[in-house]
Design a protein around this ligand. Structure first.
Ligand code: GTP
Ligand code: MG
Length: 356
């Protein structure tokens, strides 16, 4: 007779959910780390104000959207509230010089990048930051501040399930080495959008509402929800949402994770589909993203995986994912699916195996 104890599905998902919560909690940043980061932000803001007195330095990305892991880097955006200001690339050069003179950071200005930024880092061993710090400062990236707020609102609608899923997938994708756009795989931002797409548009009943399609409580003028050509409206009144939105989906976080891996290994239409959290499943063709037959190889590679940015809708967040990258990512989704479907006797073992 098999020595393997039979684990019922119910028992497995209950155990796995608990393991997921425990696993994720120990990876959250410590209060000390958050405090040090906030001090760094304030210090940098003070220095930038010696160049541009009317500027503010704001956090975006994981430090601001509730999806931060221990030792994750810091994304900062400088907003300048004045008409006359230097160009982003000049600011990057000047700020780079200033930070080099005035701080202990390693400074690397990138004034000619598509989005000019200053990269900063601090070596390990400073108090409160045993792993050092890495930080990017950009300018006037208002859309990134808005999409950060959108993700944060999604996290707040159902923190237990959304945050646990996202944080687990971030760790998993980093450990499995499929979280690096520079090497042809997907950014954290891309994975978060895949999770939200799944919870809003794939699960039935949905776990999350579509915040971009809920109308405002009272009419608001167009210029308040447009940034240039981009409609950045979404319903952000969390108190109202928590009162009005009760998902009738009661699946546990483990069931959702299992289904997430199954969906993206088997069911998502990679060849023709575009995942849009704003509008559901779209067609590559209708967005003009079907350029697989393009003679230019760089363009041919561009739209293997298509994830529409919630606000910059003509922008494919997964444009860096190459053919090989997508093959690897899908292989990882399948591997994860297989491990979870085998329901190892101990749920913790499944998680360890998943991330090894
Ligand atoms: P970790 O750094 O891995 O902890 O994750 P993160 O949540 O900070 O995500 P990531 O570094 O991938 O992105 C940080 C922020 O930059 C996102 O929240 C977005 O606001 C913005 N961002 C990143 N990639 C893109 C992109 O391709 N398009 C746009 N519009 N914004 C992006
Ligand atoms: Mg980041």
């Amino acid at each position: 007779p098999s020595i393997r104890r039979h684990v019922s599905k119910h028992q497995f998902v209950v155990e796995l959910s608990q393991c997921l919560f425990d696993f994720v909690v120990q990876l959250l940043p410590t209060p000390e780390e958050l405090a040090v980061k906030e001090d760094v932000r304030k210090l940098l803001e003070k220095l930038i104000r010696t160049i541009e007195p009317n500027s503010r330095l704001l956090s975006f990305g994981s430090t601001a959207n509730g999806f931060s892991l221990r030792n994750s880097d810091m994304d900062l955006c400088c907003l300048i509230d004045s008409e006359e200001r230097l160009s982003a690339s000049d600011l990057v050069t000047i700020l780079g010089d200033l930070l080099e003179r005035e701080t202990k950071f390693k400074v690397k200005p990138l004034p000619h990048a598509r989005i000019p930024i200053v990269k900063l880092s601090l070596d390990p061993s400073s108090p409160g930051l045993p792993h050092g710090i890495a930080c990017d400062i950009g300018f006037e990236n208002r859309l990134a501040l808005e999409n950060t707020r959108l993700l944060m609102c999604y996290a707040m609608v159902d923190p237990a399930r959304v945050r646990t899923l996202v944080l687990f997938l971030k760790v998993w994708s980093k450990r499995r080495k499929i979280n690096s756009p520079y090497e042809g795989t997907l950014s954290s931002y891309g994975y978060v959008l895949l999770v939200i797409y799944f919870l809003v548009h794939v699960k039935n009943p949905p776990v999350l509402p579509n915040l971009q399609q809920i109308p405002p409580l009272r009419p608001i003028p167009r210029d308040e929800y447009y940034m240039g050509d981009h409609n950045v409206w979404f319903f952000d009144d969390i108190d109202v949402l928590r009162q009005r939105w009760q998902s009738s989906n009661t699946e546990s976080v483990a069931e959702l994770l299992i289904d997430f891996f199954r969906y993206y290994s088997r069911d998502f239409l990679y060849n023709s589909g575009v995942a849009s959290i704003r509008a559901g499943l779209l067609q590559k063709e209708s967005k003009g993203w079907q350029n697989q037959s393009d003679s230019r190889p760089d363009l041919r590679e561009r739209n293997r995986l298509c994830i529409e940015d919630p606000f910059e809708t003509d922008y494919n967040v997964a444009r860096c994912v190459t053919k090989d990258g997508l093959y690897t990512i899908r292989g990882e989704f399948m591997r994860a699916s297989r491990i979870l479907a085998s329901r190892p006797e101990r749920a913790l073992l499944a998680l360890t195996q998943l991330c090894e």
